[in-house]
Write a new protein. Structure first.
Length: 255
């Protein structure tokens, strides 16, 4: 995640999904924790600039999905101060959401120190999100299984092993993953569901929902046993409503 991406079309889908999963206002609301895999801003090459959903001519398509969210993101973008801190300050996600905003960066550190720096960052993320029921992990690129070597490009990925501590303490996890171009989206989604189930020792594969606007992306929802029934019901209602135009129900897996 980079501050420069905040408020784009991807964020609209992302926050809409998280608000639905948390069930804000419900008697059975679940507390949300957000771990931004926040890296230094880089020159934007299109990503982060997809803001046309906020234009008046697009309002009828997007606003009905979540009018409150739409208005909040429009105000954030119009303020000219796009940042993940702005999401917290403007309370765009449900009340009580926990945010871990520390920058994940090596800042010229020697190769031999980088993995220790990442481990320390992860330890702090775990401490910060301990009270949450659902933890969302938000990297630029998504999941990876290859061993970490301390390369800068790895900062943009969540390693499979980094999910284990959250799941071990009974938290549900939601992970962002940017779909590639070497496989069809349905094949890649299916392959990753199998990888997650086998790699993490899950009883059942996670839910998967593809956001069908601009850059191809998928969200994997790994429910804790105590949350599975409720999260499945919330996702069903989410896809049955206006959001179903942006998250194709026929492409959702596991529901």
């Amino acid at each position: 995640m980079q501050d420069g991406y905040t408020g784009d079309i991807g964020d609209f889908g992302k926050y809409g999904l998280l608000r639905a999963l948390a069930g804000a206002g419900d008697d059975s609301a679940l507390r949300l924790g957000v771990v931004w895999y926040l890296t230094p801003d880089q020159p934007q090459l299109g990503d982060g600039g997809f803001l046309d959903y906020l234009l008046p001519e697009a309002e009828d398509e997007y606003r009905p999905c979540d009018p409150e969210l739409f208005a909040s993101l429009r105000a954030l973008v119009m303020s000219g101060a796009r940042s993940v801190a702005g999401v917290r300050i403007r309370e765009i996600l449900p009340p009580g959401t926990i945010y871990y905003e520390s920058l994940l960066a090596y800042a010229g550190a020697a190769r031999g120190r980088r993995l220790a720096m990442r481990e320390q960052w992860l330890d702090q993320a775990l401490i910060a999100t301990a009270p949450a029921d659902i933890v969302f992990l938000d990297p630029d690129n998504g999941l990876r299984t290859r061993p970490l070597e301390g390369k800068p490009e790895e900062l943009k990925s969540v390693h499979l092993d980094e999910l284990r501590p959250y799941l071990a303490r009974g938290q549900s996890c939601v992970v962002y993953h940017h779909l590639g171009r070497t496989r069809t989206h349905d094949v890649e989604m299916s392959d990753w569901r199998e990888t997650l189930q086998e790699g993490l020792g899950l009883d059942t594969p996670p839910f998967a929902l593809r956001f069908a606007r601009r850059s191809p992306r998928v969200f994997f929802v790994i429910p804790a046993a105590a949350h599975r029934t409720e999260l499945a019901a919330r996702l069903g209602r989410f896809l049955d409503g206006p959001w179903g135009r942006l998250f194709p129900p026929n492409e959702a897996l596991g529901l």
